[in-house]
Design a protein around this ligand. Structure first.
Ligand code: NAD
Length: 255
């Protein structure tokens, strides 16, 4: 019998990370989730039937914690890690002129530094399971198009896409594929300020007021599945992004 493949997902306590975890678990994968939200991770694990699941507290900003988490997960998963998903992330909205410096730094640290640390820590594990192993980064449609009031978040998500493109080339000879998924306005707690978003602004209301659509989270999980099994570099998800067809301004007004 073929060995059970395993996937490690950061931000697995909520939203997109949770949806990816459930999607892969339903298809027979051993699923590991990592997050700073331990209660949320329990909820995710509670929704996965059977024993092929694992949770580890990880702050993606801490390089040493990455090594601990991946080593522990490899053991739990029977000695192999096939896919790592750099998904944990937070929003940051507002004018750059007035945004508090600590909010800028927090977003850069989690969304960008955390992804680079994750890639560095994942490399030896993915090299062992290559060919067929993959690093998937959750970028954003905001990593394709800039928008007023989004400079910090966009900086991180453009960066995440750049990291994926660079590493896909850098690791090609190792047989490790790298891709990004680029969601737009997905139905998760990040949209309404109850998730990891710093600001109290209610994005969800603004999105619907602007006549844009919010996409079910399972569509991002489907994109993650395609990213693991397909050959594209970037997987765009969401009705808004498709409808706007990469128009320069994808969000009237500001978020
Ligand atoms: P969410 O708030 O539901 O989930 C984010 C998770 O990341 C939370 O469980 C949170 O605890 C975790 N997290 C935050 N900081 C962390 C840290 N330092 N270490 C480890 N975990 C941490 O949000 P979501 O919508 O599921 O977002 C997931 C990813 O998708 C993010 O990278 C986000 O930028 C991206 N994204 C979301 C949307 C959207 O519309 N929801 C659109 C594009 C991209």
């Amino acid at each position: 019998m073929a060995e059970r493949r395993s996937i490690f997902i950061t931000g697995g306590a909520s939203g997109i990370g949770q949806a990816i975890a459930l999607y892969f678990a339903e298809r027979g994968w051993f699923v590991g989730i990592a997050d700073v939200n331990e209660k949320g991770m329990e909820e995710t694990l509670g929704q996965i039937a059977g024993g092929f699941k694992y949770a580890h507290r990880l702050d993606v900003r801490d390089r040493a914690q990455w090594d601990e988490a991946l080593a522990a997960f490899e053991t739990a998963a029977g000695g192999r890690i096939d896919v790592v998903v750099n998904n944990a992330g937070i929003g940051a909205g507002g004018d750059i002129a007035t945004m508090p410096v600590d909010e800028i730094d927090r977003c850069l640290d989690i969304n960008l530094r955390g992804v680079l640390y994750g890639a560095q820590a994942a490399y030896p594990y993915l090299k062992k399971t290559a060919p067929g192993s993959a690093l998937i980064n959750t970028a954003s449609a905001a990593g394709i198009l800039g928008s007023s009031g989004m400079s910090v978040y966009c900086a991180t998500k453009f960066g995440v896409r750049g990291i994926a493109e660079s590493l896909d080339a850098e690791w090609a000879d190792d047989g490790i594929k790298v891709a990004s998924i680029c969601p737009s306005f997905i139905d998760t707690p990040l949209l309404d300020g109850t998730g990891s978003r710093n600001s109290n602004e209610l994005i969800r209301d603004r999105v619907t007021d602007a006549g844009l659509e919010i996409t079910p989270v399972v569509e991002v999980a489907e994109a993650a599945w395609k990213a693991v099994h397909g050959d594209d570099l970037h997987y765009l998800v969401g009705k808004t992004a498709k409808k706007m067809n990469f128009a320069k301004r994808w969000m009237p007004g500001r978020l």
